[in-house]
Ligand binder design. Sequence first.
Ligand code: ADP
Length: 172
Amino acid sequence: MKIVLVEGDITEQRVDAIVNAANSSLMGGGGVDGAIHRRGGPEILEECRALRASRYGRGLPTGQAVATTAGRLPARWVIHTVGPVYSRSEDRSHLLASCYRESLVVADALGVGTVAFPAISTGIYRWPVEDAARIAITAVRRAAPAVVEEVRFVLFNTAAYAVFDSALRDIG
Ligand code: ADP
């Protein structure tokens, strides 16, 4: 499985599945989540409502992942995962790693070849990007999915791209 970095907007990626940095309500929000629902159209939110009415009555727990179709987006699937809010007093790294691992389990189950991730938790949830990049790349490397051939990290600005690039060089 190869790891590719691009600077850009995740909603424009031509991949099989994009990952949404959702919140546990699955009802949309700001950042990546807002962009995905805006560009993907109402179909995604309808499927999220159905998930809330069935499997996830209390919301999607932090660190877990679930797929919907992708509405009008170029991708075929959206994999929703809930990153942890950064805390200086409590180490929540395992939950952030879990987002990447569980999203890849879902992607493998869907049988997809290419998956794009945003830098989960580094926006509204305030995770420092250097630390988040290290956790993300390590988790993806360790996951070694059976079917997924390419993991693409889509970084929203040049600074985040540079941080991920450096972490990828360090970790390999
Ligand atoms: P979280 O709540 O998990 O922190 P956010 O969506 O607020 O999620 O931010 C996660 C990261 O995604 C941030 O680094 C933010 O700059 C970036 N981001 C925001 N919009 C997009 C987009 N359309 N495509 C890719 N990355 C994005």
